[in-house]
Design a protein around this ligand. Structure first.
Ligand code: OGA
Ligand code: MN
Length: 285
């Protein structure tokens, strides 16, 4: 019997898709999993609405996509499930119990500042404010493919410095001394080749990219500003307005994201798993 293909609704002309009729809790058949993986690779962002995942479900499903990263910010991890990074403005004793607590968050790739950056994230909404707090995604495969020639000549074959310290300085979320030692500034190619698809995507973001290697400071600044403006053009962007029970699985190698402001009087709580590439390319994805 031929397995029934999942129903898919593209979210933009180039990337992003809503996947219908899939329950991410409990058992997932091998056929369905293979299809989800193929769709994730093809579309870069997958939306699954109306989910009712337990913490175990979210961790279990995410693990089917790849090994999970335990985020270094131990203070923001879920008590019982450290694979879940809490993204929330909820506070305990005056301290945020999650990452990205308040308001707007600028464009970034999760963990671009690590030597082996994440390949995916699954963000699941538990509590959302009545308005605001939408999450925007930008298609960096298309942004690279359409890059003007003069910029392409600069980015191809060059590295840029990524800085977790810069990100934390921007949001006043400084890591402790040990965590900071674990995350020194690091160079990555400005163009990331996807480990599974081989497709090339722009791999820089205003939140963490501080310098293009091999260029004088002023030239680096000018080119970065031009690239930041380019990569955030409307033609590359999908904006997601959250509903309760939405799960968004994105590809961190070829999409970046940012968050809109929201009223801090309302609680917002999401759980995020962070998915690593398979350690061994010999293992088929
Ligand atoms: C994240 C993130 C944005 C949001 O979880 O990595 O950037 O909408 N979240 O909270
Ligand atoms: Mn993020």
């Amino acid at each position: 019997m031929v397995a029934k293909a999942l129903e898919v609704r593209p979210l933009t002309e180039t990337f992003g898709a809503e996947v219908l009729g899939v329950t991410l809790s409990g058992e997932i058949s091998p056929d369905t999993l293979a299809e989800i993986k193929a769709l994730w690779l093809r579309y870069g962002v997958l939306l699954f609405r109306g989910q009712a995942m337990t913490k175990d479900d979210q961790v279990g499903f995410s693990r089917l996509i790849g090994p999970l990263e335990i985020h270094i910010r131990a203070e923001w991890l879920n008590d019982t499930h450290p694979e879940l990074l809490q993204i929330t403005n909820i506070r305990k004793d005056g301290k945020a119990i999650g990452a990205l607590a308040d308001g707007e968050v600028g464009w970034h790739f999760d963990q671009i500042y690590l030597p082996k950056p994440a390949i995916g994230s699954l963000l699941y909404s538990i509590k959302i404010p009545p308005v605001g707090g939408g999450t925007h995604f930008a298609d960096m495969t298309t942004a690279y493919a359409r890059l003007p020639q003069h910029l392409r000549q600069i980015v191809d074959g060059r590295n840029a410095i990524q800085s977790y310290v810069a990100f934390n300085t921007m949001y006043s979320t400084d890591a402790n001394a040990t965590q900071t030692t674990m995350t020194p500034d690091i160079a990555h190619p400005l163009v990331r080749t996807h480990p599974y698809s081989g497709r090339r995507a722009l791999y820089i973001c205003p939140g963490m990219t501080v310098k293009i290697c091999g260029l004088p400071d002023d030239e680096s600044r000018a080119v970065l500003d031009e690239l930041f403006a380019w990569q955030a053009r409307d033609e590359f962007v999908y904006r997601h307005d959250w509903a309760l029970g939405d799960g968004l699985l994105w590809d961190n190698a070829c999409t970046m994201h940012r968050r809109d402001d929201f009223d801090g009087a309302h609680e917002r709580l999401m759980y995020r798993t962070t998915i690593l590439p398979q350690p061994d390319r010999a293992i088929p994805f």
